[in-house]
Write a protein that binds this ligand. Structure first.
Ligand SMILES: [Cu+2]
Length: 210
């Protein structure tokens, strides 16, 4: 994508430059400048289209259930931000709270198909939250569990939503031989939780779930 934008820049630059050197009238030059601005807007539109928009599956989640799930996703995002800041202690604290919130979720608030989906990922969510919670001096170990847990949270967000748009990001460098790792974020800007802060912008946005 960067290459396309760059080449459009190059084309616009050539258009403007050639007009100047041909000594065209000011009004014509202005037209060309506007055209190149449109071209740039077009390039930006294409960039946005490359991010897949995913619609949340369940549109009938009750308010109380939605709140509980929002809390769990909130805990996950706190873990993500703590790991992005290399803060294993903060990640562990949020892991413990996440674990409690998963246990506390009142499944009688869910419909049959919602319960089935939640049950299919609850173990994986809990295991991740527990291990991240119990390893406040082992950030590498926390990140391993975070990678696995992110897959479960992804399914949770896609099914129930998070009450706000969630970005699915991908880091090609983590666990390279297994195709990298993904994470979920509440912000569009990439802030990689898998490596120390020197690598925080590594990765790209793949989807927006809303
Ligand atoms: Cu572990």
């Amino acid at each position: 994508m960067k290459r396309i934008i760059f080449s459009l820049y190059a084309v616009s630059a050539v258009l403007v430059t050639s007009c100047n050197s041909n000594g065209k009238k000011e009004s014509e030059l202005h037209e060309v400048k506007n055209a190149s601005k449109d071209t740039m807007q077009h390039a930006i539109d294409i960039a946005d289209k490359e991010v897949k928009v995913v619609a949340v599956l369940f549109t009938n989640v009750g308010a109380r259930a939605a709140n509980s799930i929002k809390e769990i996703i909130g805990n996950y995002l706190q873990i993500k931000n703590a790991l992005a800041n290399d803060d294993a202690t903060a990640a562990a604290n949020s892991g413990k709270i996440m674990n409690e919130n998963i246990t506390k979720l009142d499944k009688s608030l869910l419909t049959a198909s919602q319960k089935k989906l939640f049950d299919s990922i609850a173990e994986s969510l809990k295991e991740g939250a527990e291990h991240i919670g119990n390893n406040d001096d082992e950030i590498i170990h926390q990140r391993e569990h975070f990678a696995t847990m992110s897959e479960a949270v992804y399914l949770l967000v896609k099914a129930f939503g998070a009450g706000k748009p969630i970005y699915q990001d991908h880091c090609p460098m983590y666990n390279e031989n297994k195709g990298g790792a993904m994470w979920l974020s509440e912000i569009k800007a990439v802030n990689n939780p898998y490596f120390d802060t020197a690598m925080s912008t590594c990765g790209s946005v793949k989807e927006i779930i809303k």
